[in-house]
Design a protein around this ligand. Structure first.
Ligand code: MBD
Ligand code: FE
Length: 305
């Protein structure tokens, strides 16, 4: 009878069998997840057709490249930020600009400029704005040559690279701050984002009775030698979804104000002529406790390092 066993013995065999050391952490976390899933299947009396529909959904999700939408929409991305915030607080590390989730749509290697640049290609509809400020440490000292990576959606709420209708790196740039830590750029205010309809992601959100909208936002990755690389976003005020982000990423300290500026004097090098909208925002970077923490890289590169 040694190959006839009940569910508890099956779970024991699945989680305890080994032919080599493996990795203890991976083993322990897998054991927890499998144990919890066995229990979920039992408690909800999940039937084979439901189980295989879910597995097939997971396969389609992977093939669609949308796993990062699901993690954001189910709160995992914000959870990681909350846990890091709590760890900083316990360690007494001065807080800088609040962190906000990277999201799944960052692409490294955007075109690089010094001090100032233009993100849009002149064809995007919407309101011209200039965003400017200084990158500082947590004591307020400017950080010369700090690196800013900025990316946002186009007028349809889509991101270049993932949207074949846009040229490569449209609305994506890197800027090195000047000797006083200053940066500025012009672009067009983006609208919000909505998860793709008729996709594995929208299937789940429909079944959950949830919307898949993000309020209008702009992403940043900001870094400087000896400072902890910051991943954050700003939120553009006035969006219907500002306090109801499907990714739970809005933070009070990141909702900027839009200033109306009457004269373009001083903005000639950005080709601004008439009145325009301005966002002023200084980034504050925490001290880094290792060279790795200071690296200007996206989350997938960081995980692979
Ligand atoms: C986005 O633009 C985004 O920032 C996140 C977190 C998820 C989906 C789309
Ligand atoms: Fe985004």
């Amino acid at each position: 009878m040694k190959n006839e066993f009940n569910r508890n013995e099956l779970l024991r065999r699945v989680t305890e069998s080994r032919i080599s050391k493996g990795n203890e952490r991976v083993r322990a976390i897998t054991q927890r997840i499998v144990t919890d899933l066995f229990k979920t299947i039992e408690d909800f009396e999940v039937k084979p057709d439901e189980f295989w529909a879910a597995v097939q959904w997971l396969s389609r999700l992977g093939a669609s490249g949308q796993a990062g939408l699901i993690t954001a929409g189910l709160g995992f991305d914000r959870l990681l930020d909350i846990l890091e915030d709590e760890a900083d607080q316990r360690a007494g590390i001065a807080s800088g600009t609040p962190r906000a989730i990277e999201g799944p749509l960052y692409i490294p290697g955007a075109p690089l400029s010094r001090y100032e640049t233009r993100l849009d290609n002149g064809q995007m509809k919407g309101e011209l704005f200039v965003m400017e400020g200084v990158v500082r440490d947590t004591n307020g000292n400017p950080l010369p040559d700090a690196m800013i990576d900025v990316w946002h959606a186009n007028e349809n709420g889509r991101y270049s690279h993932f949207d074949p209708s846009q040229e490569e790196f449209n609305l994506r740039r890197r800027i090195t701050a000047d000797a006083e830590g200053r940066y500025r750029f012009r672009s067009i205010l983006p609208p919000g984002y909505a998860i793709p309809p008729n996709s594995p992601t929208s299937e789940l959100f429909d079944l959950l009775g949830r919307h898949g909208n993000r309020p209008a936002h702009i992403h940043f990755l900001v870094s400087s030698a000896g400072r902890r690389a910051l991943t954050t976003q700003i939120n553009i005020p006035g969006d219907t979804f500002i306090d109801d982000d499907f990714a739970f990423a809005t933070r009070d300290g990141l909702v900027v104000s839009l200033e109306k500026v009457d004269s373009a004097a001083g903005y000639e090098s950005l080709d601004v002529s008439g009145p325009f909208t301005r966002i002023r925002f200084d980034f504050k970077l925490q001290p880094a406790s290792s060279a790795d923490e200071a690296k200007h890289i996206g989350r997938y590169e960081r995980a692979a390092a």
